[in-house]
Design a protein around this ligand. Structure first.
Ligand code: GLU
Length: 474
């Protein structure tokens, strides 16, 4: 059987966005689940809008997602001669022709209601063409649309048939001599030996034209699978309006790459058994083009959050630590040559918070109290739990007990809080909530006794004393 070869062919006019990443992931999955190759082609013929920085950015995003490609990437900008050769061949075989119509003439045609090029220059004689060329008249090269319907089966959209009159003599070479997308993509795909073209649905209408080119060039036609559009929650095509669309933005927002990979893989594809939390390996194992749905996929950040939450809860503390390390450094929570105790402390803090984290950054949203005393206190919590003098008196009692505690560990701490509550004749909650407020500044947190143990006696006593000074005395 022929080895499967697929490609991802981004135009480097910006950074990798979610739609492109999904296309890359599906190509990658198809290759890896079939022992095939996954190639990269940089479609940089639009030199004005393409630049190397974008290319590097695309590489970085692909690598971050865990997509490794085979072979060196191909750059269309290096292949002008190859495209020329095939354009010459089509001209020689009378399958293409030079068109001298000026942009104004084309515009005239359009204005008078034509939605396709009339084919006017198709009928020029050889001597007419030679004369115009010798007069240095500008021309484009157009493909001679054959008088034949095209029928093909898309692996997602099924049988598609397009009548000849629905297509026109499209341009394959611009007046500056550069090839158009239609020509370059076909030449590259057969030269690279691509067996399956997997790309966005927005290219579906290009496919019949490209099949015509394969036929004219007498090259094998690859199989096609077009991926349904990605939409925002409002049913409109996914765009900046819907929030972050760049893969690099999701990295910056603190989503683990495994979660983004998992989420994007499910945007249009579902495994047979319907599981939703999957790692790369099991997605590769189960992926098939048959599992791709025809209907548009709706991007939903809540679903990504949910998936991400599940991933983070099984990612090792060490991996989370490594991911957050640059931020710890930046915030001064750790130094480059830290001792092991510091790392252990942070790992314990991660362990306490990770079951609720939807992204890594939430560690800082919630967990700054592991590193510094609260500067502000949650208003709701303080008006609910520390709203009178009695609480202040109770907390003063608790503080005195803490000073004399036998050993500073979670169990002792909890025991002490509960016995103090009994002595004071109140429920344990009357001490626990103000304690949380004093130590974390927040109304909710992971288990407070674990936090209190981890943060340490000295700091906790200091924070309770500070809160006693701040909250009501009468
Ligand atoms: N460069 C095209 C794009 O970014 C992809 C072309 C293709 O996959 O055929 O949309």
């Amino acid at each position: 059987m022929q080895k499967i070869k697929v490609r991802f062919a981004p135009s480097p006019t910006g950074s990798l966005h979610l739609g492109g990443a999904r296309t890359a992931i599906y190509n990658y999955l198809y290759a890896r689940s079939n022992n095939g190759s996954f190639l990269l082609r940089i479609e940089d013929t639009d030199t004005k809008r393409s630049d190397m920085e974008n290319v590097e950015q695309i590489y970085r995003s692909l690598k971050w997602l865990g997509l490794d490609w085979d072979e060196e990437p191909i750059f269309q900008s290096n292949r002008a001669e190859i495209y020329k050769k095939y354009i010459e061949q089509l001209l020689k075989q009378d399958k293409a022709y030079k068109c001298f119509c000026t942009p104004e003439e084309i515009e005239e045609e359009r204005k008078s209601g034509a939605f396709q090029y009339s084919g006017k220059c198709r009928h020029l004689t050889k001597s007419e063409v030679d004369q115009k060329v010798s007069q240095n008249q500008n021309y484009v090269v157009r493909f001679k649309n054959p008088d034949k319907s095209i029928i093909f089966t898309d692996r997602v959209y099924g049988k598609i048939s397009v009548k000849s009159h629905e297509l026109d003599d499209f341009i394959i070479q611009r007046s500056d001599g550069s090839p158009t997308y239609q020509l370059a993509v076909v030449v590259d795909d057969f030269e690279m030996g691509i067996t399956h073209v997997i790309r966005g649905e927005d290219h579906l209408s290009n496919t019949p034209k490209q099949i015509n080119l394969y036929l004219a060039l007498e090259k094998p036609i690859p199989k096609f699978a077009h991926l349904p559009l990605l939409l925002g929650a409002d049913g409109k095509r996914l765009s900046k309006r819907h929030g972050a669309t760049g893969v690099d933005e999701y990295k910056a927002l603190g989503y683990p790459s495994a979660a983004v990979f998992n989420y994007l893989a499910l945007l249009g594809w579902a495994p047979k058994k319907g599981q939703e939390i999957l790692d790369k390996k099991s997605i590769i194992k189960q992926f098939s083009l048959n599992g791709i749905a025809k209907k548009s996929a709706v991007y939903d950040i809540k679903k990504l959050d949910w998936i991400s939450d599940k991933h983070i809860s099984v990612i090792s503390n060490d991996e989370i630590f490594e991911n957050l390390f640059p931020i710890f450094i930046k915030k001064g929570y750790i130094t480059e040559n830290h001792d092991n105790n510091r790392k252990k402390y942070i790992i314990s803090a991660i362990n306490l918070l990770k079951s609720r984290m939807k992204n890594y950054n939430q560690f800082f949203e919630w967990g700054d109290y592991f590193f510094k005393d609260p500067e502000v206190y949650d208003n709701n919590a303080s008006s609910k739990y520390w709203n009178n003098q009695e609480v202040t008196e109770n907390m003063t009692q608790l503080l005195n007990k803490f000073i004399n505690i036998q050993s500073w560990n979670q169990m002792e701490i909890e025991n002490l809080v509960r016995t103090t509550a009994t002595e004071l004749g109140c429920k344990a909650g009357y001490l626990i909530h103000p304690l949380r407020l004093a130590v974390t500044g927040q109304g909710v947190s992971p288990g407070i006794f674990e936090i209190v143990e981890l943060i340490g006696m000295k700091t906790v006593l200091k924070r309770i004393s500070k809160a006693i000074k701040i909250f009501p005395k009468e």
